[in-house]
Design a binder for this molecule. Structure first.
Ligand code: ADE
Length: 245
């Protein structure tokens, strides 16, 4: 996948893009990320990229010219899916990440200051937020998107099943995990995980997932499709609800 990032702060990306899974995916050529410094496209004498808002008000607004020129250079035929990050966008979800992972090209525009001139916003295909809080810019959201989309690109994760089994992909939060030692400072790993009985382990994990989701994110249980809970799941949840009433 090819990802073009339009930003005023390309240096923010270096650690994230060169470390761990993303670093390896780039080395393997599965992921091709190019950073474009919007400032370099400014035609003003002092390479300005922002100006005062028409109508007054606090803060500065990113000017259209550097953004349009950068888009013309990077994606002249509008072939990429263009995403801009703002707190007013739709919230990024795992299903969106999966959908984006199927695209050949993404273009990410990172906003700064108080906003982006609306005429530049209109050149984008979608506006995304990563949560209901305000950051100083779109760089961290862009890195979040690159990271979570990459996990759905074949070859990025070590094991292809793991992205599918995790929290949210099943519609439930993930069950607890343990590794050696079986007893650490007097805290024992649940017996069933040492039993070697795969059916019991699978059932235990399923019920831990249901329990955690019910306690922490009950709205996720309510949102599950009819077929996603079997008879045993329903009975388990009914018992849980009874106990915790
Ligand atoms: N820019 C500033 N805050 C943001 C957020 N929460 N999500 C996406 N872009 C942002």
């Amino acid at each position: 996948m090819k990802i073009d990032v339009l930003t005023l702060f390309p240096e923010m990306f270096s650690g994230v893009l060169s470390t761990s899974m993303l670093g390896r995916a780039r080395e393997k050529g599965i992921l091709d990320v190019s950073l474009h410094n919007i400032r370099e496209y400014s035609q003003s004498k002092h390479k300005n990229t922002d100006d005062y808002p028409f109508g007054g008000g606090a803060g500065m607004v990113m000017m259209p010219q550097p953004i349009f020129s950068c888009l013309d250079a990077v994606d002249p035929r509008h072939e990429a899916l263009r995403i801009v990050f703002t707190p007013r966008g739709a919230t990024l979800s795992v299903s969106m990440a999966q959908e984006f992972a199927g695209k050949e090209r993404l273009l990410l525009l990172c906003g700064h200051y108080e906003g982006i001139d609306e005429r530049a916003m209109e050149q984008m295909d979608c506006e995304l937020s990563i949560g209901d809080y305000v950051l100083t810019g779109g760089e961290l959201p862009a890195m979040v998107l690159i990271d979570c989309v990459s996990r759905f690109i074949p070859g990025v994760l070590g094991s292809s099943v793991s992205a599918e089994e995790e929290s949210f992909s099943t519609g439930l939060l993930e069950y607890p995990q343990y590794t050696r030692p079986a007893d650490y400072r007097g805290m024992a790993v649940p017996e069933v995980l040492l039993s070697g009985n795969h059916a019991h382990i699978a059932r235990w994990r399923r019920e831990e997932s249901l329990k955690l989701t019910w306690r922490r994110r009950p709205e996720l249980i309510a949102a599950l499709d009819e077929g996603e809970l079997d008879k045993r799941d329903r009975e388990f949840l009914a018992r849980l609800k009874n106990q915790e009433k």
